[in-house]
Design a protein around this ligand. Structure first.
Ligand SMILES: Nc1ncnc2c1ncn2[C@@H]1O[C@H](COP(=O)(O)OP(=O)(O)OP(=O)(O)O)[C@@H](O)[C@H]1O
Length: 239
């Protein structure tokens, strides 16, 4: 069953076509990776899926409903959770308080309803020892974990991850991949934009390649990475 479908979605900023006639479908429980050069339109695609940016054309279907004109908050409450490339937690709240904000406002639950769930998410994302620390004092790995935890606190059925492994050491990246794999095993569907390919392919079953806002390939990671066009455009390999 399809959880998310984009049908001929387009977006331009002035003369710049950032998203060009993009169509793809994500099955329930699937994990899909998105790769592409800098400026290819990857984050814009997430902004279109979440409603932070309006489409110029095309349709976005989530859980069988047309959400193309649905505001971001309503899409979040319907089950679309996301992380941002640059984590921006509430620095002057504790890690746990940050989760509670997401768990109450983002999942429409009372504080008492959200508390146990948020404590469980803290544990699952390895943040329990940091629960009472101010978010502003966290190191990069912990900020990335908090970004993931906040998205999970909104109770997503579809989780969009935007370059969550960027800037981490190899060891930290491996730990985060284990956490994301465990999240995926709970049945949450994932779309993950990432430049760290080995992290991505440790989790996703398919890759989608964007270039100048267009889908230039979608399929199994091995097939995609063997494609001449992808190797030329994305890896810069002259073949
Ligand atoms: N609000 C905006 N106004 C004008 N141009 C924009 C806007 N948002 C994005 N762009 C442009 O759209 C293009 C795609 O940007 P986007 O952030 O989606 O790319 P990306 O593939 O996520 O890049 P990166 O890998 O560097 O994060 C870029 O040229 C960017 O400058």
């Amino acid at each position: 069953m399809t959880i998310l479908a984009l049908q001929n979605v387009s977006k331009s900023y002035g003369a710049l076509k950032v998203t060009q006639d993009v169509s793809f479908a994500l099955e329930k429980g699937e994990a899909l990776g998105i790769i592409g050069p800098n400026g290819a339109g990857k984050s814009t695609l997430f902004n279109l899926i979440t409603g932070n940016v309006d489409v110029d054309g095309g349709r976005i279907i989530f859980e069988g409903r047309d959400v193309t004109s649905t505001p971001p908050m309503a899409r979040c409450l319907a089950g679309v959770g996301r992380t941002f490339q640059i984590p921006q937690p509430f620095d002057k709240l504790t890690v746990f308080e940050n989760l509670l904000v997401a768990g109450t406002f983002g999942a429409s639950q009372s504080e008492s309803e959200a508390t146990d769930r948020c404590a469980d998410i803290l544990w699952r994302t390895g943040l329990s020892p940091r629960a009472n620390d101010m978010a502003g004092g966290l190191r990069l790995l912990q900020r990335k974990r908090l970004e993931l935890a906040r998205a999970l606190a909104t109770r997503p059925t579809l989780l969009l991850l935007d370059e969550i492994a960027g800037g981490l050491t190899e060891g930290e990246c491996g730990q985060l991949v284990d956490t994301i794999r465990a999240v995926h095993e709970t049945g949450i569907s994932i779309v993950w934009i990432e430049h760290v390919l080995h992290a991505l392919t440790a989790v996703v079953g398919r890759l989608l390649v964007l270039d100048f806002g267009k889908v230039i390939g979608i399929g199994q990671p091995d097939e995609i990475m063997a494609s001449k066009t992808v190797r030329e455009i994305y890896l810069g390999i002259d073949v």
